[in-house]
Design a binder for this molecule. Structure first.
Ligand SMILES: Cc1ncc(COP(=O)(O)O)c(C=O)c1O
Length: 394
C-alpha cells in the first residue's frame, strides 16, 4: 500500500499521488500497461467460484483500476466510483442510458454539446425516451418543465460553443425535490475547477480526450458517479461490454499527472488572449464566463474556481469571406474540432442550426478558440495578422 500523507493534501498534490501504488509494481512509479483478455484461475475450485481479484480483461485490469481510482480521488467527497469509456461521447451516452429508459422523460440544456443532442434525438427517441430542451438560463423555473416521468436533467456549464453559465445548484435542488438525477458535462472546468458533487450533481462526465489526455493523441471518456447512481452506471458498462484499450488508459493516466499545470496555463493564456480580443474593433463580444463583462460571470465566480483555454467570440457583422481570410491567415491556430491539447485551435460555428428551446442570434459571425500552451504574445501577434487579412478582404 502507498503511504498516506498525515495532513490533508491539495488538488495539485492529489494529481501526483492519486491511484498510485508503486510498491504493488516492484517500486516502479507508473503501473504497467496490462494488455489482457483472458485471466487464468489457479484451481478448478477458484474458476467455478470466480475467485480472483480480476475476472476478465473487459472487466478491468490494474491499469483500469489505477486510472479509475485516480479520477475518483480527484473528484473527492461524494464520488463513489468512476467508469471509463472509449470517448467523451460514449461516456455521455452511457451515463444517459444508466438513468433513463422506455417511457421516461429527460430535460437537456439547449446549450448542450451537439452530439449529446443527436444521441437524445436519435437513440433515446427510438428507445422511447422523450427529451425536452430547456433554456440554459432557466434556473429555478425548470420546475415548470417537469413531468411525472422526468428522470434526469442534463446540464453543461459553460454551454458548448455558446458559453452560457447555468445555475447548477438551483437546478439540482429542483431536480432532487422532484426525484430526478442530475448529469453534467464537466469537460470545460474538470473536477479541478468545478466540484460537481458539492454542487448537487449525481453523474459528472468528462471527455478525457480533451485536457486529461492533453496531447491530441487519445480518445477516452469518464463518468464519475455518486453512491445513488454508481450501481446503474457500472451495470450498463458491464452489460454493454464497454471498455477502453490499455494504451489509451495509460496515456490518460500519464496526462492526468500534469493536468494541473497545463490547465492553469491554458486558463491564464486564454484570459490574456480573450481580454486582448475584447478590445479589438472587429469584435462585438467575447463569450468567456471568467471575464467580468460576461453575463454568466457571477455564477461562474460563485461556483467555479478556474477555467480552461476554450472560449468564443462574436465578430461585428462582416462577410463570410473576410472571416475565412482571418482564419486562413493564422499560422499558430489550427482549424480543427476537439480541444484540450497543447496546441491552439480555431473553428467557425453557428449554433442557430440546431437550437430548439432558445434562439441563437449573437449579432455576427462566431468563432471558437482553444488557447494552447504557446506563448500568448505569439498568439496575439498571429491574431493581429489575421485581423489585417480580415480588413483587407472586406
Ligand atoms: C463539451 C464536450 N463534451 C464531450 C465531447 C465528446 O468527446 P469525444 O470527442 O471524446 O467523444 C466534446 C468533444 O468535442 C466536447 O466538446
Amino acid at each position: 500500500m502507498a503511504k498516506k500523507p498525515k495532513s490533508p493534501i491539495k488538488p495539485a498534490t492529489r494529481l501526483v499521488t492519486a491511484g498510485r501504488d508503486s510498491q504493488a509494481f516492484y517500486g516502479f512509479i507508473n503501473p504497467p500497461v496490462y494488455h489482457a483478455s483472458t485471466l487464468l484461475y489457479p484451481t478448478a475450485e477458484d474458476q467455478v467460484a470466480h475467485r480472483s481479484r480480476y475476472q476478465y480483461g473487459r472487466r478491468g485490469t490494474p491499469t483500469t483500476e489505477a486510472l479509475e481510482q485516480a479520477l475518483a480521488e480527484l473528484e473527492g467527497d461524494g464520488c463513489a466510483g468512476v467508469a471509463l469509456l472509449p470517448s467523451g461521447l460514449a461516456a455521455i451516452a452511457t451515463a444517459l442510458l444508466a438513468v433513463a429508459g422506455a417511457g421516461d422523460h429527460i430535460l437537456v440544456t439547449d446549450s448542450v454539446y451537439r452530439p449529446t443532442r443527436n444521441f437524445c434525438d436519435g437513440v433515446f427517441k427510438r428507445l422511447g425516451v422523450e427529451t425536452s430542451y430547456y433554456d440554459p438560463l432557466i434556473g429555478a423555473d425548470i420546475a415548470k418543465l417537469f413531468k411525472p416521468n422526468t428522470r434526469a436533467v442534463f446540464v453543461e456549464a459553460p454551454g458548448s460553443q455558446s458559453f452560457e453559465m447555468q445555475d447548477i445548484p438551483t437546478i439540482a435542488k429542483v431536480a432532487h425535490d422532484k426525484g430526478a438525477v442530475v448529469l453534467t458535462d464537466n469537460t470545460w472546468a474538470t473536477p479541478l475547477y468545478f466540484r460537481a458533487f458539492e454542487k448537487g450533481v449525481d453523474l459528472s462526465i468528462q471527455a478525457g480526450t480533451k485536457y486529461i489526455g492533453g496531447h491530441s493523441d487519445v480518445m477516452i471518456g469518464c463518468v464519475s458517479a455518486n453512491a445513488k447512481t454508481l450501481p446503474a452506471l457500472k451495470n450498463i458498462v458491464y452489460t454493454m461490454g464497454l471498455c477502453v484499450g490499455p494504451d489509451d488508459m495509460y496515456l490518460a493516466l500519464r496526462g492526468l499527472r500534469t493536468l494541473g499545470v497545463r490547465l492553469a496555463r491554458h486558463y491564464q493564456s486564454g484570459l490574456t488572449v480573450a481580454r486582448w480580443l475584447a478590445k479589438r474593433p472587429e469584435v462585438l463580444r467575447v463569450l468567456h464566463p471568467a471575464l467580468e463583462s460576461d453575463p454568466g460571470h457571477k455564477i461562474w465566480q460563485r461556483d467555479f474556481s478556474g477555467g480552461c483555454g476554450l472560449f468564443s467570440i462574436v465578430l461585428k457583422p462582416t462577410a463570410e469571406k473576410s472571416v475565412y481570410a482571418f482564419m486562413n491567415e493564422l499560422a499558430l491556430f489550427g482549424m480543427g474540432y476537439s480541444w484540450g491539447g497543447f496546441e491552439s485551435l480555431v473553428i467557425s460555428f453557428d449554433s442557430a442550426e440546431y437550437r430548439t428551446a432558445t434562439k441563437w442570434a449573437p449579432g455576427g459571425p462566431t468563432l471558437r478558440f482553444h488557447i494552447g500552451l504557446e506563448d500568448p504574445d505569439d498568439l496575439i501577434a498571429d491574431l493581429e495578422h489575421g485581423f489585417k487579412a480580415l480588413q483587407a478582404a472586406k
